[in-house]
Design a protein around this ligand. Structure first.
Ligand SMILES: Cc1cc2nc3c(=O)[nH]c(=O)nc-3n(C[C@H](O)[C@H](O)[C@H](O)COP(=O)(O)OP(=O)(O)OC[C@H]3O[C@@H](n4cnc5c(N)ncnc54)[C@H](O)[C@@H]3O)c2cc1C
Length: 407
């Protein structure tokens, strides 16, 4: 049985970033990823159908962390799409808010990046790391605690059975295996969950007018609709996330391409003219999930395995990368002190530093979702006048933006 100090289950953005943060340390690390990851560099996307439908709006804080790891320059060498403005408006009235990078003395508010570009860049770093082993195309099937420590009763190592029959063991297993985390389930972590009763329709569209490097968000009573600007010659490609109540989302799913483009243009009030064409659509049921704790001795949760939130403010993986940054700091600190990385005393510091921040962001997102789905006249009036007043209060706007940018 191969033994490691840390086994990371899941080689998505969170898992790969954690391994990259531990690269070059004295820890022996294995990353187990269920899918067979492509090795060749992703091509620069020029045409509508070239873009990965899964993109993330990455905050300056995430950019900085990815830069420290050495991934950002590789990502920028392929394609990252800066956005300099954000326009948010209420479908039910006149309330609107504008955010601008210049007001924040920043070159941009963030970048839209295809998820495959981020994962590829991180994996290039792992290939060069002598202390990291990548095991792709293998799924964890079982998690077994090894004999507890005689004095403390703490489980100090776990062994994993993979679906190809191989066995590995480590003093720390990190669940980075996404929203429906196998490790979280096998280890018996509790979660608080509720269904947003929204399904997100995701695709790339070509618009009649250029996007002006602006991230657009319209709050409809059925759910928010976002247009995220993608870098391309005509500046007329956007990744869209249309979150809608299940019944409407099912109707959207049944539309042919022409009907979909018409419905999308209308839902977006033709802010970028008509929708010229749309790539194939994918849909994601949206559910809020939060693990009630982020560790047990020998096991830690990061990224979507610890929390999933509504994508309306594009914060999911930004929170995940903050988890990774903090967990890697605590693990490297433990190593420097000669401590085992899976000890409760080490992992509790990680939990303490991350859980309140994640919970706070989840509550804010939930509040937004509820606020904009209210139809009562009084609430609509308050919402619209509140947005307009906020738009005229630069100091408060800057505070909100700093929070959203992770500054
Ligand atoms: C529509 C939509 C739009 C979004 N937009 C944004 C945005 O703009 N900005 C943002 O910050 N966030 C956004 N998010 C959230 C973001 O996509 C997630 O937070 C992020 O992908 C989570 O990354 P992760 O690495 O934690 O998990 P995942 O990306 O789910 O990766 C988990 C990995 O684990 C592997 N795996 C699973 N089970 C096993 C197993 N048993 N054994 C081995 N491997 C396994 C999987 O193959 C996968 O590669 C959005 C989400 C949605 C649904």
């Amino acid at each position: 049985m191969a033994r490691f100090d840390v086994i990371i289950v899941g080689g998505g953005i969170a898992g790969s970033a954690l391994a990259a943060a531990l690269a070059g340390s004295s820890l022996q690390v294995a990353v187990i990823e269920a899918s067979a990851m492509a090795d060749e560099s992703p091509a620069v996307s020029h045409e509508l159908d070239d873009f990965d439908p899964r993109v993330s709006a990455l905050t300056p804080a995430s950019r900085s962390f990815l830069g420290q790891l050495g991934a950002w320059s590789l990502m920028a060498g392929i394609q990252v799409s800066p956005y300099r403005h954000m326009h948010v408006w209420d479908a039910d009235g006149t309330g609107a808010i504008d955010f601008c990078a210049a007001d924040m003395q920043q070159p941009c508010l963030g970048h839209i990046v295809e998820n495959r570009v981020t994962v590829w860049a991180l994996r290039q770093l792992l290939k060069q790391a002598p202390n990291v082993v990548m095991l792709d195309g293998r799924r964890v099937a079982e998690l077994l605690p090894e004999t507890p420590d005689h004095d403390t009763g703490e489980v100090l190592a776990y062994s994993l059975l993979l679906d190809d029959g191989s066995r590995l063991a480590a003093g720390l297993v990190v669940a980075a295996d996404g929203a429906v985390s196998t490790i979280r389930g096998l280890a018996g972590f509790n979660t608080r969950e509720w269904d947003y009763q929204h399904i997100a329709t995701v695709t790339t569209v070509a618009t009649e007018l250029p996007h002006q490097q602006t991230a657009w968000q319209r709050f409809l009573p059925e759910g928010p609709l976002a247009f995220l600007p993608l870098a391309s010659a005509g500046q007329n490609h956007c990744s869209i996330v249309w979150s809608a109540q299940t019944e409407l989302a099912e109707r959207i799913g049944a539309m042919d391409d022409g009907q979909f483009c018409d419905a999308l243009g209308s839902a977006f009030e033709y802010r970028l003219g008509g929708i010229v064409r749309a790539a194939p659509r994918a849909s994601y049921p949206l559910r809020q999930r939060h693990a009630t704790r982020y560790f047990k001795p020998g096991i830690a949760l990061v990224g979507d395995a610890a929390h999933t939130i509504h994508p309306l403010a594009g914060q999911g993986i930004n929170l995940g990368l903050k988890d990774v940054e903090v967990l890697s700091q605590e693990l490297l600190r433990a190593v420097a002190q000669g401590l085992e990385p899976g000890l409760a005393s080490v992992l509790s510091r990680y939990q303490r530093r991350r859980i309140a921040d994640n919970l706070g962001m989840m509550l804010v997102m939930d509040g937004f979702k509820r606020l904009f789905s209210q139809q009562g006249l009084g609430i609509r009036w308050l919402r619209n006048s509140g947005m307009s007043r906020l738009n005229r209060t630069p100091a408060v706007k800057r505070r909100i933006m700093r929070q959203a940018m992770g500054l």
